[in-house]
Ligand binder design. Structure first.
Ligand SMILES: [Zn+2]
Length: 221
């Protein structure tokens, strides 16, 4: 017969059921602000959590997740070769600090393997993992990490935002210094002058048709 301690052990570890969440939205849909609000709510309720973020721009040398509204929280950096299951196993072994929740920002930049590792964290430790990220890149194609999340997440939520015309934003358009939409180039461009605007699919097309009429850009789609 089992003693009380091992039973309690079972309840706090093996019987904990976690979930893998993917919350996606376009640029400017306040994903990071939502992540930080969630972190704040955990702090209020004294729930242990960790923040993580893939490293894309190494010029950003401070380990923080920061939103435009000015809040920030410390985060662990995820490198392309980081094994997230091993990383969490290291934290989870340290019982008092064991997080109940893990919040991942910019989850589109995770590798498919890292998404699988997060799923293993959920299934083996009962830790909940919420991944916030973009669904598609500026060419309207799925990011690798987002594809894997759409494939295996328990819960998928869209964080909606509105185009200037009132429709829902779908496309993360890359725009050059002339305000023209660009559909070619590297998926991740560091330190360029281009910026991104979230637009609905209709505005995205109309703007490109207008550009092609001006003879500035061929309409390739
Ligand atoms: Zn629109």
């Amino acid at each position: 017969m089992r003693n009380q301690n091992s039973l309690l052990g079972d309840l706090t570890t093996m019987n904990r059921i976690g979930k893998l969440y993917f919350r996606y939205g376009t640029m400017g849909s306040a994903k990071t602000a939502l992540l930080l609000t969630t972190a704040y709510n955990f702090e209020e309720r004294q729930i242990a959590y960790r923040c993580m973020k893939p490293v894309v721009d190494t010029r950003d040398n401070k380990n923080v997740i920061r939103s435009r509204i000015g809040i920030e929280r410390e985060c662990a950096w995820i490198y392309p070769d980081t094994n997230l299951f091993e990383m969490v196993r290291g934290i989870a072994a340290d019982d008092p600090d064991r997080p109940e929740w893990i919040l991942v920002d910019e989850a589109q930049f995770l590798t498919p393997e890292q998404v699988d590792q997060l799923a293993q964290v959920v299934d083996e430790y009962g830790i909940n993992v919420i991944c916030y990220g973009l669904r598609t890149d500026f060419r309207t194609h799925l990011f690798e990490g987002s594809r894997r999340l759409l494939e295996i997440a328990d819960t998928i939520d869209e964080i909606k935002s509105t185009c200037t015309c009132g429709r829902k934003t779908i496309v993360n358009a890359r725009v050059n210094s002339l305000g023209e939409i660009i559909t070619e180039g590297a998926v991740v461009e560091i330190g360029g002058n281009d910026r991104y605007i979230a637009v609905c699919r209709r505005c995205w097309r109309n703007k490109r048709v207008e550009q092609s009429r001006k003879g500035r850009l061929p309409l390739d789609m």
